[in-house]
Write a protein that binds this ligand. Structure first.
Ligand code: HEC
Length: 200
């Protein structure tokens, strides 16, 4: 019967229309959701990844990744992960190095290596903690060079050999302590916890 044909095909049409609308809605939703998640996971991944690197002491930027602005403490180009990979820590004769260390040479090396930019002219601390009279031994300072915690740049044996580090270390021992420690909880005075940063 033709009178029943119209509502029947109309009904079918409606079913198709509803299905199509449903598919459109799903696809649209997925696109929007996907975009959202992508944006979010991009943010989360970079913050988490940076925080992870931060914790491990290696602040570095993977190829194509942007530096997390919240962790930009100093005005310098972020290190690539390749340049920040941990270096082996040399076996040293702590006693021999100590005996032969030259504080006056250490003073020159300190400036030549740019340490004062972060630690101040007399190790009083700026972005880096107070290191005047550091409680670390030469091996401890050497470790901070090869596998630095925080934003301190990594230095190879070629950059700063253990003898130079011993010289710098011995000079640090001759420095006066600042009236106010930039970071009273830092490791420079032999505290257990990892140094924090001056908030000035
Ligand atoms: C870009 C800034 C920067 C430069 C340059 C820099 N440091 Fe550091 N240094 C830091 C920061 C930040 C820390 C704290 C790391 C942490 O404990 O999280 C640190 C930590 C240290 C420590 C360990 C302190 C402790 O007891 O926890 C020593 C020792 C040290 N630096 C020596 C040096 C020497 C020597 C030089 C020069 C070759 C140098 N640093 C160059 C930023 C810097």
């Amino acid at each position: 019967m033709p009178t029943q044909g119209i509502p029947q095909s109309f009904g079918l049409l409606m079913v198709f229309a509803l299905l199509a609308a449903g598919v459109f809605a799903l696809v649209g939703f997925a696109i929007v959701k996907g975009a959202d998640r992508h944006e979010l996971s991009g943010r989360v991944e970079s913050t988490e990844a940076t925080a992870e690197l931060w914790k491990s002491g290696l602040y570095c930027i993977e190829e194509g990744q942007e530096a997390d602005p919240s962790l930009e403490l100093v005005d310098r180009a972020p290190q690539t992960c390749e340049a920040a990979a941990p270096l082996p820590i040399e076996d040293i004769d702590e006693e021999a190095l100590r005996a032969n260390a030259s504080p006056s040479r250490g003073a020159e090396l300190f400036v030549a290596n740019g340490c004062q930019v972060c630690h101040g002219d007399t190790g009083e601390g700026i972005v880096g903690p107070t290191i005047a009279q550091t409680g670390l031994d030469i091996h401890g300072v050497l470790s901070q060079y090869r596998q630095p915690r925080g934003v301190m740049p990594r230095q190879t044996t070629e950059d700063v050999p253990p003898e130079d580090i011993a010289d710098i270390w011995s000079w640090l021992q001759t420095l006066p302590l600042p009236d106010e420690l930039i970071d009273p909880d830092n490791n420079a005075l032999g505290h257990e916890d990892v140094g924090q940063f001056a908030s000035n």
